[in-house]
Design a protein around this ligand. Structure first.
Ligand code: KG4
Ligand code: ZN
Length: 346
């Protein structure tokens, strides 16, 4: 099945064309095969940067403008002839942004006379590892860390999973972005903060590791963000960002990043031990963080379990993962209504 997928849940407009092969049985045995023919991502970061975050109606306007432009780049393909279905993210995400993709997808499906498949964006991240075409072993523990979500799951197969825990307040990416902002970095702060952290001392400041020792698999990052704020306030009286040079910004960045990674890796590896997982999966935008990837990979190796993380280009939002997830949902014969659901869950 060749799927043309659209992703517009936040600030990336993406269209992908993906060949998907395999049966439901093969999905359960992790033997599906995917070939990404095209995966075009147009980022709106520059447009939202002056506002310090994504502005939903601006995002919608940009998606409406970008979708036809991206589709034009696929004009060498006779889409009517070569596609079997259109897929679109229906949630979770920013409602106006989601609608932009859905309306475009509906019209396209009508024009090409193809079925339209709704996709859960979180399932897209969860399934992003399949794009590597490697056989994954189950049960697996999956850590999904993005700008809007932080979820730990136990997966029995590509089609069966159970949520173990999630964040009670800020998502991991949100925490990175908020702390980056405190340090005077521009949006989205995660990658910027990582750059600073690389040259800082991760042991310089002992920030808290929230809920690391709690027996559950939930997370909480807003207290950690507040600790960074207090640290900055304590080290110079008025505006934390005005004389930022007075404190070592790189040490704050490195120490904060280390605290985040300790909590995420600590909980994921404890779950892997408890559920006798054979693999650990990492996905979502924050999976692009090198310290997180490296640390989780090392801990998985120490536990004797496999570690899977998608290539960088499939960590942050992209339509290739939406196509893969659409295919898996199609095999499961579980349809999602074609309407925006901003708070759709796993
Ligand atoms: O998955 P994603 O592209 O969008 C959502 O579905 O939310 O994730 C975006 C999030 C942002 O918060 C961004 O700051 C974070 O992922 N992020 C990172 C890194 N790259 C992206 N956080 C830490 N380190 C990175 N290298
Ligand atoms: Zn995402």
């Amino acid at each position: 099945m060749r799927i043309l997928a659209l992703e517009t849940s936040c600030d990336e407009t993406s269209i992908a064309l993906v060949d998907c092969k395999g049966t439901l049985r093969q999905a359960q045995g992790s033997k599906l095969r995917f070939e990404v023919l095209k995966n075009i991502v147009s980022s709106q970061i520059k447009i939202h940067r002056p506002f310090g975050g994504v502005v939903p109606n601006l995002a919608k306007r940009e998606h409406i403008k970008n979708l036809p432009l991206i589709l034009k780049k696929l004009k060498t393909y006779n889409l009517k002839l070569i596609t079997d279905a259109i897929a679109v993210t229906v949630g979770p995400g920013l409602e106006p942004a989601l609608w932009a993709g859905i309306e475009f997808a509906k019209n396209l499906a009508k024009k090409l006379k193809k079925p339209l498949l709704g996709v859960n964006h979180l399932e897209g991240h969860l399934h992003s590892n399949v794009l590597k075409n490697v056989r994954m072993n189950f049960p697996a523990v999956a850590l999904l860390v993005s700008g809007g979500h932080t979820i730990l799951l136990k997966m029995d197969s590509l089609t069966k999973w159970k949520k173990l825990g999630e964040t009670r307040d800020d998502a991991a990416g949100e925490a990175f972005d908020k702390v980056a902002r405190l340090l005077g970095l521009s949006y989205p702060g995660g990658p910027e903060l990582e750059k600073l952290a690389k040259i800082g001392d991760p042991k310089a400041i002992n920030f808290p590791r929230p809920m690391l020792r709690d027996k559950n698999y939930d997370f909480s990052f807003s207290g950690l963000k507040t600790s960074v704020l207090y640290y900055l306030k304590d080290h110079h009286s008025e505006h934390p960002t005005s004389n930022i040079e007075q404190i070592s910004v790189v040490d704050v960045a490195a120490s904060f990043q280390q605290a985040m990674v300790d909590v995420l890796v600590g909980k994921a590896t404890r779950a892997a031990r408890q559920f006798r997982a054979r693999s650990i999966f990492l996905s979502g935008g924050v999976a692009a963080n090198k310290l997180l990837r490296k640390t989780l990979q090392r801990e998985a190796k120490n536990l004797g379990v496999n570690f899977f993380v998608p290539p960088f280009k499939f960590n942050t939002d992209n339509a290739a993962m939406i196509a893969a997830s659409a295919y898996i949902r199609h095999l499961r014969e579980k349809k999602l209504p074609i309407k925006a659901d901003a708070s759709l869950n796993l």
